[in-house]
Design a protein around this ligand. Structure first.
Ligand code: UDP
Length: 236
């Protein structure tokens, strides 16, 4: 399979058309951004790690019945994925208060939430990805009510599967962000990535942060944290 033309360049990935009908190729970059692009940097080896971690988790989720865009890992940075139109929503799933939720609700980071929280943000860089609810989503036609039901149902299931899986690896799944896509047939499938860039992973025993917060908050040891996640998940 080969890349034909670059269709899109995001903050962490490039997307290309391929010589196979209905298949795109994503290429993961080492570039890192935070705070809606205000903080910029490079995390050496991040693209390779996020590609491999995402594929590992997507394959695991597929086995458990979640449809994903994963087709085939092509090399250490590139993966063939099903062509979809991304639904312009960031779906955030939270088990423990951290980040923007802690600020918004005045909850100390690490406070266990009584039940899982689902949030939607409208993917729009110019607006800073504002939070929206099901009424905004319907009113401005971001997704149909039926699609949103499928999205929320998958998101809760993904949370259960991932939390359980990571627990055995001594990783606590604090919160994470998902994106879904629509295939040409109208099917809703999991897209984008699941990696230390998009999840908060805390070591279950020490509470050490093993994710992008090390970059956001200048905690140091960013590369090592990403490598540790790769090691725990893929055993290398
Ligand atoms: N997240 C993400 N992309 C975004 C915003 C959030 O991947 O554009 C992830 C983030 O890594 C965390 C979760 O979603 O795992 C919740 O993020 P939060 O709302 O707390 O925002 P942050 O504190 O990261 O600004």
């Amino acid at each position: 399979m080969k890349k034909i033309e670059q269709l899109y360049e995001g903050k962490a990935k490039r997307v290309y058309s391929s010589d196979v009908d209905g298949v795109y190729i994503v290429s993961y970059k080492d570039d890192a951004t935070a705070f809606n692009g205000l903080k910029k940097g490079t995390i050496s080896g991040k693209g390779v790690i996020n590609n491999r971690v995402t594929n590992h988790l997507m394959k695991m989720l597929e086995k458990k019945g979640i449809p994903t865009h994963f087709v085939q890992e092509l090399n250490e940075r590139e993966t063939a994925v099903k062509k979809v139109t991304i639904i312009p929503l960031e779906v955030i799933v939270r088990n423990i208060a951290a980040g923007s939720l802690s600020k918004r609700l005045g909850l100390a980071e690490g406070t266990k939430l009584g039940s899982t929280v689902l949030e939607y943000c409208y993917k729009n860089d110019d607006l800073g990805d504002p939070m929206v609810n099901q009424y905004h989503i319907a009113a401005i036609d971001l997704a149909t009510a039926q699609e949103l039901e499928i999205i929320s149902d998958y998101s809760f299931r993904i949370n259960e599967i991932l939390s359980e899986y990571l627990k055995d690896l001594k990783i606590e799944l604090v919160d994470f962000k998902l994106e879904f896509g629509r295939t040409d047939d109208g099917e809703i499938i999991l897209a984008d990535e699941i990696s230390p860039d998009t999840c908060r992973f805390w070591d279950s025993e020490t509470g050490e942060k093993l994710d992008k917060d090390r970059f956001r908050r200048d905690l140091g040891g960013v590369e090592d944290a990403y490598l540790e996640i790769l090691k725990r998940l893929l055993g290398e």
